[in-house]
Write a protein of this length. Structure first.
Lengths: 484, 477
């Protein structure tokens, strides 16, 4: 069952080959057996999952079912879920239960999806290896000594290990695409504003975007169809029509113009990763696409710009975690200042504290112009680069990450080297563009991701381009040993 | 040395919206603590603000009322600081690009001179909650009902030169926000709070002195006293060889003094930056037109009109346009009686005194505008004298009916029958021959004595003009 596509599962559920309760039990059983070695879930919500599965079965029996009815999925633990705790990977929210569902959670529930639990993540989505989680690192299903990537590392590992049919993720600088690449799955970060941010705990509000992690572009299309759309509760959500992503999957790729930014194939890129990416591009040419070399001249600045803008916003977004109303509060505070200092020092891990400090610094009087304002200007230049590129090409392709998964612990003492893992993904967040990562030929048994970047609101095109490759290749079907 | 005082005010006025500026929670005052705060007001994780269009509409009305430019694009910014009653750890406000730009208001000083005070800007922001220190022992209570209440912060130019200027300006802003219906201006409930920036400089010096900011003053009387105290403190300090430090001070009404709250060194670095959760606020001409279509006549225009149309003095015109209710009341009296000057005297004199004495609001006055107009008509047509009218007013105040009913039931109708008055005067002259001789010998002051006698004899009802004429004629013999 766990290797079936969402379309196949949905068909089986309709034919009563098995019920949603049976399917849900099957996944819960896999989680119980296999996840202790991975740590991809923070919370498994067995009882509420089975209750949702019962309801789904009723809907299926009544003939009142959509494509996701009864399909077991998981949510990154950054999405608030009413009645099930939401930790955001932090000690700060160890016991936090939101009194509301995130819009994304609400929409998927309304579509009949069954939520198995909440997946592990870097603390407050700050990290590229899932090692900053208070709830312990997630292991890469392909090799337990390696990281799954981050920050949506739990969702990526759970999907790759077939512990759920699909999972939600969020992507602020690559947090869906990079772990998707490192775990050998498909991950799409939509255009900024495509999915509502209501109920999604904010890291950097102008960059955060919810997306899907699945085993194929087709599966991702089914889930994104239900997640996307305007939400009155999020002023930054896009009031744009949502096309049917599934409908567009099989569109022909003849004449597709693919841009290859020279900056994405230079120093720092593992040569073996480069050749895997090249092999996929060759495949696209066989499907009738044309390849054009392009330039995104400001992209080398994307990492430094990101590490000004994102910490600035996070320093403010995380100010609400003060130990006063909810969340971690230190024992026996002497006075107000002590309450603040110790609650936050105990509740936040080192990477979160580092970013709050950097963000506070770049926004402070006398430094704002030199850092924050300048970063915003360069951000505009980066977006302009893409604008010019999309006058020439339909999609942009390149590697998702410069290397395959690295060892747990390898980069924890070197933040800059960790940050450089997102060198190819960050620019799209700064520009607000959609991007998808799909598995291509592995290197020494480890997954490699191809990143495809589209113009604004071109998710349907991205899923189509990804799907057509998956139509003619089998890279996305490989399963890690022990999780087949 | 001669010192000049320089004052600028920041006024926070609560906008009269039903729901909060970024959430749907109600804004009503006086509810049980924390019963009017939703997840957004509590700053729970994952919540997002959505701007209340009504707050914008009210801000636009204010901008229009002070002839300011409404920014076609303004930006909400986060003001970051930690405080227990500030749930998000930042206040959403406007910083570099406020919704209302430069405007101006006119104030009328005691001597009737009109002075223009510049308004630098006005911006939208959310209020914080309330920390309750007194009610609890060993801990502080937090009430977040007020968190997210919409405020318009109105910032003046440093154009005021005395505590009296500052009070006149604050009253003017108070008057405007109530006229145009954007705030109830209730000072006890904190709907209108003032911060005063005060400095002094030697007369003739261009550069401003170092200022102190007096925070959170909530009455006009305290504003005047706080500034007065602060000016004296600064002058004493400088003349004693000290220097004023830039700081925030609090006015203690009980002790009538200001005291230091925090100095510039201790001040927060608010790390303002544009709020990424909110799009820039864009306002087009149609929105402005809609928001201001039903703006009433504003106080300054009304004052000018009262002056021109009704021939009132600047002072009276200013007084009678103090509130929309008062101005409306006056206009009804003036129109129905056809005697604007008499109406002005009666409204600003007898009526105001009676209201003050009874501690009543105008809306509670037992004498309505049409009733007062009816009284003035009877003065005008000679039915009663001004003096008797006061007696009639008193009866009307007690609810004894309209002017005609009171005049009738108490027999207060003026005596205008010249035959009756002549007979009465003949009797008075006959009974006071000594005074008659004095008058005829040139002691004209005695004339007043005869008038008094006549009024006494008629119980005040004799027509004063007729009494004068007949007396003069008869005394000259």
């Amino acid at each position: 069952m766990q290797n079936k596509s969402i379309a196949q599962l949905a068909a089986d559920l309709r034919l009563r080959t098995y019920s949603s309760v049976e399917l849900t039990k099957h996944y819960l059983d896999r989680i119980a057996r296999l996840d202790p070695s991975l740590n991809s879930f923070i919370t498994v919500a067995g009882a509420s999952a089975l209750a949702a599965a019962e309801r789904a079965d009723q809907a299926l029996r009544a003939g009142d079912a959509g494509p996701l009815t009864g399909i077991p999925i998981a949510h990154k633990d950054i999405f608030c879920t009413k009645g099930v705790k939401t930790t955001c990977g932090s000690r700060m929210l160890e016991n936090f239960i939101a009194p509301y569902d995130a819009t994304v959670v609400e929409k998927l529930a309304a579509a009949g999806a069954v939520v198995l639990g909440k997946t592990n993540m870097d603390e407050f989505a700050m990290g590229s290896s899932n090692e900053t989680s208070y709830y312990g690192p997630v292991k890469n299903p392909w090799n337990h000594d390696l990281v799954p990537g981050g920050s949506s590392g739990g969702s990526a590992a759970a999907v790759a290990a077939r512990l759920c049919a699909a999972a939600t993720g969020t992507d602020t600088g690559g947090s869906i695409r990079q772990p998707a690449a490192l775990c050998g799955i498909t991950g799409i970060k939509p255009t900024y504003g495509r999915c509502s941010r209501w109920g999604m705990i904010a890291f950097a509000s102008s960059l955060d975007q919810a997306g899907v992690m699945a085993r194929s572009a087709a599966d991702a299309a089914f889930v994104l169809d239900e997640m996307a759309g305007f939400d009155q509760r999020d002023s930054t959500s896009a009031d744009e029509p949502v096309p049917d992503y599934v409908d567009a999957l099989d569109n022909d790729l003849k004449g597709l113009r693919i841009g290859l930014p020279k900056e994405y194939f230079g120093a720092g890129l593992d040569a073996r990763v480069a050749s895997s990416v090249q092999a996929a591009i060759d495949e696209y040419q066989r499907l009738g696409a044309e390849v054009v070399e392009i330039s995104l001249p400001n992209s080398p600045l994307s990492v430094p710009v990101y590490y000004v803008v994102a910490p600035a916003e996070c320093s403010s977004n995380l100010a609400r975690f003060d130990g006063v109303r909810y969340g971690h509060r230190c024992a026996d505070p002497r006075d107000l200042e002590d309450l603040y200092k110790r609650s936050r020092a105990e509740g936040f891990g080192p990477e979160v504290q580092r970013r709050i400090m950097v963000g506070t610094y770049v926004l402070s009087a006398g430094y704002y112009d030199a850092y924050y304002l300048k970063a915003q200007k360069i951000r505009q230049l980066i977006a302009d680069d893409f604008k010019r590129a999309f006058e020439q090409v339909d999609v942009i392709m390149g590697p998702t990450a410069p290397t395959t998964a690295f060892e747990i612990g390898a980069k924890m003492d070197d933040p800059v080297s960790m940050y450089l893992n997102d060198i190819y993904t960050i620019a799209t967040n700064l520009a607000g563009l959609p991007g998808i990562s799909i598995p291509v030929a592995p290197v020494e048994g480890l997954p490699v991701g191809l990143q495809i970047i589209g113009n604004y609101f071109q998710e349907a095109r991205l899923l189509n381009v990804a799907h057509m490759l998956q139509h003619v290749t089998h890279w996305h079907q490989a399963a890690p040993v022990g999780f087949e | 040395m001669q010192w000049e005082t320089v004052i600028g005010l920041e006024i926070h006025t609560q906008l009269a919206t039903k729901s909060k500026i970024f959430s749907g929670a109600p804004t009503a005052f006086g509810a049980e603590p924390n019963t009017q705060a939703c997840a957004i007001d509590l700053g729970l994780p994952g919540v997002l603000p959505v701007l209340n269009a009504e707050a914008v509409r009210l801000a636009v009305r204010f901008g229009s009322a002070i002839q300011a430019e409404i920014a076609p694009r303004s930006v909400f910014a986060r003001k970051n600081y930690f405080y227990p009653d500030l749930p998000k750890g930042y206040q959403i406000s406007q910083y570099e690009l406020p919704v209302v730009g430069k405007g101006l208001v006119e104030i009328v000083l005691e001597d009737g001179t009109v002075k223009t005070i510049g308004v630098t800007r006005a911006h939208l922001e959310e209020d914080a909650g309330k920390s309750l220190h007194e009610e609890f022992q060993d801990f502080t209570g937090i009430d977040l009902n007020r968190a997210g209440t919409p405020l318009l912060e109105i910032v003046s130019e440093p154009d005021m030169r005395s505590p009296q200027d500052a009070v006149a300006y604050a009253k003017k802003i108070h008057q405007i926000v109530r006229y145009i219906g954007i705030s109830d201006g209730n000072m006890q409930e904190g709907s209108f709070r003032m911060d005063a920036n005060v400095s002094v400089r030697p007369v003739g010096q261009e550069a401003f002195g170092t200022r102190a900011e007096i925070k959170n003053v909530n009455s006009f009387r305290f504003l005047e006293k706080a500034i007065q105290f602060e000016v004296e403190r600064q002058i004493d300090l400088i003349e004693g060889g000290g220097t004023v430090v830039q700081e925030t001070r609090l006015y203690d009404a009980a002790k009538d003094e200001t005291r230091s709250m925090r100095t510039k060194e201790e001040a927060n670095d608010y790390r303002y930056f544009p709020d990424p959760d909110l799009l820039p606020l864009e306002i087009d001409a149609a929105f402005i037109k809609n928001a201001t279509a039903d703006l009433p006549e504003l106080p300054d225009a009304k004052r000018a009109r009262f002056h021109a149309e009704h021939g009132l003095s600047e002072y009276d015109a200013n007084l009678l346009t103090g509130s929309r209710e008062l101005a409306d009341y006056f206009e009804v009296v003036a129109k129905e009686s056809g005697e604007p000057k008499l109406a002005a005297n009666w409204v600003s004199g007898e009526l105001m005194a009676a209201l003050n004495k009874a501690e009543k609001e105008l809306a509670e006055s037992p004498v309505s505008a049409p009733l007062l107009a009816g009284l003035i008509k009877r003065i005008k047509d000679g039915t009663i004298s001004g003096k008797i009218a006061k007696q009639v007013f008193e009866a009307m105040w007690q609810g004894e009916g309209d002017a005609d009913q009171v005049i009738e039931s108490q027999g207060l109708k003026q005596i205008t029958d010249s035959g009756a008055i002549e007979t009465m005067i003949d009797e008075i002259i006959a009974a006071n021959s000594g005074q008659v001789e004095q008058y005829r010998a040139g002691k004209e002051k005695v004339f007043g004595f005869f008038v008094g006698q006549a009024m006494k004899a008629s119980k005040g009802k004799a027509n004063p003009q007729q009494v004068n004429e007949i007396l003069k004629r008869k005394l000259q013999g």
